[in-house]
Design a protein around this ligand. Sequence first.
Ligand SMILES: Nc1ncnc2c1ncn2[C@@H]1O[C@H](COP(=O)(O)OP(=O)(O)O)[C@@H](O)[C@H]1O
Ligand SMILES: [Mg+2]
Length: 478
Amino acid sequence: MIKKIQAFLIVIVLLSILVTGVSGVYFLSDYSENTNRQLLVSAGRFFSEEMKDRISFENAATDCIEIFSRSSGDLRITVIDHNGRVLFDSAEDATRMDNHSDRKEVSAAFLSKGTVFEKRYSRTIGTDMLYMADFDETTGTVVRISMPLVEYVRGVRNIQIAFIAVMIAAVFILSFFGYLYSKKLARPLRELKNAAQSLSISEYKTRITSEGPDEIRALTKAFNEMADRLEHDMSELEEKNKRLSELQDLKTEFAANVSHELKTPLTSIRGFIDTLRNSEVSDPEVRQRFLEIIDIEAQRLNQLINDVLQLSEIERLDNDPEKEKFNLSDLIDETVRMEREKAFEKNVEIIYDTGEDLPVKAGRFRVRQVLINLLDNAINYNREGGRIWVRAVREPDRVIAISVKDTGEGIAEEHLPRIFERFYRVDKSHSRELGGTGLGLSIVKHIAILYEGSTSVESKPGIGSTFTVRLRIADDLV
Ligand SMILES: Nc1ncnc2c1ncn2[C@@H]1O[C@H](COP(=O)(O)OP(=O)(O)O)[C@@H](O)[C@H]1O
Ligand SMILES: [Mg+2]
C-alpha cells in the first residue's frame, strides 16, 4: 500500500512538473517569437526610414543589419517590387535571384498592403526562418526581413534540458523523501500488523505505543481498546473455564468414589455366593449366616444407590417444587417415634419436647430426610446409654433452626471442616459396620442449600456433638 501511495505521489508531482514545464516552454516560445517579431518590425521601420534619406539599399541594409543583428541572429533584408522581382538582397546578388512573387509572405504583403509574418524552413540556409514582409507605400515595394531561428531553437532546447534535469532531480528527491515518509507512516502500521498477529496467538497483553498521523492514531487507539476488551473477556472466560473444570473434577472424583463404594459390597456378595456354590458348606447355620451377610451387603448397595440418586436430584434443583404446608413439630414427633426403635436397641434415649406449633412450607419428605440423617448419626455414633436432644426454634427471616445434640464419641477438630463432604468419614470401617454410606451429611447440606439455609457442627471428642441445620421454611401466612 505504501509503495502505491509513493508511486501515486511521484506520478502526481511529475505530472505537475510536466504541465508547468510544457506551458512554461509554450509561453516562453510565444514570448520569444513576439520579441523576434517586434525586432523584425523595428528593423523594417528603421530600414524604411534609412531608405527615405539615402536611397541606397546597400547602405540602409548595412546599417540596419549592424544595429539589429547584435540582438538577433544574422538578419537578411530583401526588397521586392510588385512584379516579384528582387531589387535588393543583403546576402546575395539580386540580379541572379529568381522571381519572389510566389513567396507566401511577399504575395500576402502586397495583397494586404500591410505587414505579414511567416515562419518556414529555408532550403537556401537550411534552418527555420522567421520572415517579415512589410509593404512600403512610398516605393510600392515589399521589404522582407528574415532571421534564422537557430538561436531561438537553441534557447528552447536549453530550457528543455533544464526541464528534464529538474524532473530527474525531482524523482530522486521525491523518492528519497517519499521513502523516509512512508517508512515513518509504515512503522505504526507494521506495529499494528505485528500486534494483530500477537493477538491471534493469544497474547492478549499486546498494546501499540507508536504515534502516527491522526487516522493511524485513531486506528491504534481502537486496536488498543479492542485488545483491552479482549483481554478482559478472555480472563473472564478463563475464570469460568477454571470453575467449570473444577466442577468437572469434582464430578469425576465423585463418580470414581461412587464406583469404588459400589465395588466393595459387590465383591463381598460375589465372594459369598462363590463360596456357597463351590465349597461343601454343609452346615445349614453357616449357610444361613452367609446368606444374611449377602442380604446386608445388598441392602448397603441399595442404600448407597438411593443416597446417590437423592443427592444428584437435590443438586439439580434450585427450588423445591413439592412444597406443602405442615407443622414441623408434628413431623419431628413422628420421626423421633420412628427412630426410637433403633435408639432403643442401642439403649439411647431421644428427648424431644413438643413445644409450640411450627408452621412451615417445605418439601415434607426433604425435611424428614434431614431429621433422619441427623438422628441416625446421633444414634450410630453415640455410646451405650447415651442421650439425644432434638430442638427446633424460630429465628428471624423465616428461618427455623433444627439442632440434634448427642452424648456420642464426638469428632476431632481436624475432621470438622470436611465432615459435610461426600464420602467423608472419620472412621470408614466403623461407618461401614453401622451401614453408613458417607453421604448422609452431604445430603443434609444440600437440602439446607435448597432452602437457602446452612449447616454447622460443634463437637468435643468424648463428650458429644451438636449438629444445627437452618432452613428458611417458616410459614408466616398461617
Ligand atoms: N453425631 C455424630 N457423632 C460423631 N461423628 C459423627 C456424627 N455424625 C457424623 N459423624 C461423622 O461424620 C461422618 C459422615 O457422616 P455421614 O455423612 O452421615 O456418613 P455416614 O454416617 O454414612 O458415615 C461419619 O462417618 C462420622 O465419622
Ligand atoms: Mg450418616
